[in-house]
Design a protein around this ligand. Structure first.
Ligand SMILES: Cc1ncc(COP(=O)(O)O)c(C=O)c1O
Length: 404
């Protein structure tokens, strides 16, 4: 839909939004009318260089041709059936995902938070069925982020942060430990703990990758205590960090992993993958979703994942991530450049992150900020050195001006 189709001006469209929509987002002040590869275009056809990728979604580029084609074809064949009949996209996607990431079974959901709900439910059911009614507790990391529904919010170890404020009480059965501190997790687990749930790289929490020692230590500790390792790869999954899944960098495997965002290439789909043994907890009727496994979303995901793999976009994420992070270290007032692949955070020594984001927008570069001091870049993984150079020049100019 284009602005001219609905015969509205930009001002009139913004008025519709403020009159009729419940607004919880701080909007970028432009209308995203079309998009292609590394750019979003406004109603005047002006391009915005995309370094946030719809928050780590459009990893094979905005409106990737293969994904668009797959959606168009599937829409004409069959759009939605619910999960009573078999459908072809679900089946071929299941094999592709499980074979590619070395997991046994998949259950489809629609979003990241919903996938985490499924992961939490599966772990709890597995725990109480295998060990008895009290073994359902889950230990998660402080400063993590798992989503906005109650299970995921409760798993999010940020009790004093925005996402939980006003929504208490959270659901019981969660306790928190310090990320990258194995002893803290050991201390937080009891005989009633069934799982540890973490992100391999805390994204919303400020871009902090797990250390090798921590991740391997957590896996070994879970094995020793008969606990499950649940990994939230909603943001890190599907090539973002330079590996197909971030856990592959640690030579470990989770018992359950959640995913969403990049797997759909712009269509809403999420999933959990589990080992055969743990997956048994979801027997007939145990869990469900009307749209989970929707034919169009699965067809889009099949095209998207094939694109990510065929073009080795994990390899490009690793290469370009190193190049871009190297340049970003040259910025003034930088405390640290953190991240992996193309999930990069820059922490400044001053509260300038929001201003940097706004001023970059004025120069038609789209980035995000976290808290007062961190800017985050999560671009499509197709970018090249020229895109990095262009983004860097804008960010440098903006930071120099703000801190002059
Ligand atoms: C690690 C992680 N988990 C879960 C979520 C929630 O995903 P969704 O917004 O699709 O519900 C996010 C979203 O940013 C995330 O980064």
């Amino acid at each position: 839909m284009k602005l001219r189709d609905v015969k509205l001006s930009k001002r009139e469209l913004k008025d519709l939004v403020s009159t009729y929509m419940i607004e919880t987002y701080e909007r970028f002040d432009f209308i995203a009318e079309t998009a292609k590869d590394m750019y979003l275009y406004d109603e005047n056809g002006e391009g915005y260089l995309d370094f946030y990728g719809g928050i780590a979604v459009n990893s094979a580029g905005n409106c990737n041709e293969k994904v668009v084609e797959a959606v168009k074809e599937q829409v004409e064949d069959i759009m939605h059936t619910f999960n009573y009949p078999y459908t072809i996209p679900q089946a071929v996607l299941a094999k592709l995902i499980c074979d590619t990431i070395g997991m046994d079974k998949i259950f489809y959901q629609n979003t990241g938070t919903e996938s985490n709900e499924a992961m939490i439910k599966m772990a709890r059911k597995y725990g109480v069925e295998k060990y008895g009614p009290n073994r359902f507790n889950i230990v998660t990391a402080r400063n993590g982020f798992h989503g906005r529904t109650y299970g995921s919010m409760s798993a999010t170890g940020q009790p004093d942060n925005g996402c939980q404020i006003g929504f208490k009480p959270m659901i019981s059965g969660f306790s928190y430990a310090d990320f990258n501190d194995l002893q803290s997790f050991k201390d937080a687990c009891t005989e009633n703990t069934i799982a540890i749930m973490i992100e391999p790289l805390q994204g919303e929490g400020g871009v902090h990758p797990a250390t090798q020692e921590f991740m391997r230590g957590i896996r070994a500790f879970c094995d020793e205590k008969g606990m499950l390792l649940l990994l939230d790869e909603v943001q890190t999954g599907w090539c973002r960090t330079g590996k197909i899944m971030a856990y592959m960098d640690y030579e470990i495997k989770p018992d359950i992993v959640s995913m969403a965002k990049a797997m759909g290439g712009g269509m809403p789909i999420g999933a959990i993958c589990a080992t055969k043994e743990v997956a048994k907890a979801f027997n007939l009727g145990a869990h469900g979703s009307t749209y989970g496994g929707n034919a169009v979303c699965c067809a889009a995901s099949y095209a998207q994942i094939n694109e990510l793999l065929d073009r080795d976009l994990a390899g490009n994420a690793e290469k370009m991530g190193k190049y871009f992070a190297g340049k970003l270290k040259e910025l003034p007032h930088v405390v640290e450049v953190r991240g992996k692949g193309l999930l990069i955070g820059v922490e400044f020594d001053q509260n300038i992150a929001a201003q940097v984001k706004h001023d970059c927008l004025d120069k038609k570069l789209l980035i995000t900020s976290i808290g007062g001091t961190i800017i985050r870049m999560i671009p499509p993984l197709i970018l090249d050195e020229k895109d990095c150079d262009k983004a860097f020049d804008i960010i440098r100019e903006v930071v120099e001006k703000i801190t002059a």
